[in-house]
Ligand binder design. Structure first.
Ligand code: CU
Ligand code: CU
Length: 288
């Protein structure tokens, strides 16, 4: 039987506690930091050489889908009732709305050093030390809305612009494509600075602190954000019946993207799974 991922605002008090407890237990067992390391390892950009599996590439969606499933499996090993909730940032748009409450993600970072001091992931509570970071900071940081240079979360209409695109992705399959659902959702836009961050990328920037960069998994809101991004893939499929993951076959030997992107039936590292196998997850979970 497929299990359900819920909107974080729909969780009962007990469900919130069990979700947070499961995260803390997975962290205590050392498993959580393995997720952080994996994400850092796969944080390759299209300015670098080699295969891009996780970002700036078509497999952005299946890669994070599988990554989320792995975390969810780890959580369900410690508490089989837990699933990853999603944060609908088109509705819950302020630093005091869900999921920034004391019993879930905790609140904003304090002004002086952006340290998160409230909620279960506050450093002082002793259960959430950053071990795998791109800096030496031991505490979780946030700068919700970017106090010094404010930006807003993406809007419903910006998300709709991505969902409207009937093509999953298009050549050259990187961060520069202006056509295709994948990059419109991943959010590498044109222009400089904050105007170029759209949808998924813009949310990482809006949260700020640890959520910016390869070690963003250190902020557990990463999973709530990516569950909502994952939900958009399902919505896009429903809206464009028969539309499939692209590219269907690998770019040829003369193509600059040869060997740099994962095609529909190719293995997507670090797992032994193809994008094709992750297009339909209705037997594993569904969204409420
Ligand atoms: Cu990522
Ligand atoms: Cu992300």
């Amino acid at each position: 039987m497929a299990y359900t991922r819920k909107n974080v605002t729909a969780l009962t008090r007990a469900e919130r506690r069990r979700f947070v407890d499961a995260l803390l237990r997975v962290k205590r067992r050392g498993e959580y930091d393995e997720f952080v390391r994996t994400h850092i390892e796969y944080y390759t950009s299209d300015g670098e050489n080699g295969l891009r599996a996780a970002h700036m590439a078509p497999s952005f969606l299946p890669w994070h889908r599988r990554f989320l499933l792995e975390l969810e499996r780890a959580l369900r090993r410690v508490d089989p009732s837990v699933t990853v909730p999603y944060w609908d940032w088109t509705r819950d748009r302020t630093p005091v709305s869900a999921p920034w409450t004391e019993d879930l993600m905790g609140g904003n970072g304090r002004r002086s050093d952006r340290q998160v001091t409230t909620g279960p992931f506050a450093y002082a509570h002793g259960a959430w030390t950053i071990n795998e970071g791109v800096t030496d900071g031991k505490f979780l940081t946030r700068d919700l809305g970017r106090a010094r240079d404010p930006i807003d979360l993406p809007t419903r209409s910006e998300l709709d612009r991505a969902l409207k695109d009937p093509a999953y992705d298009s050549a050259p399959w990187d961060s520069t494509v202006t056509r295709g659902f994948r990059n419109k959702l991943e959010g590498w836009g044109t222009g400089r600075g904050s105007v170029s961050w759209r949808n998924h990328n813009r949310v990482h920037r809006w949260v700020g602190g640890a959520m910016v960069g390869g070690a963003s998994v250190n902020d557990p809101v990463f999973w709530l954000h990516h569950a909502f991004v994952d939900l958009q893939w399902s919505r896009w499929q429903r809206r464009h019946r028969g539309a499939r993951y692209l590219p269907a076959s690998p770019p040829g030997a003369g193509d600059p993207q040869h060997g740099r992107v994962v095609a529909r039936h190719q293995r997507m590292p670090p797992w032994d799974v193809t994008p094709d196998e992750l297009e339909d997850v209705s037997r594993i979970y569904r969204y409420a």
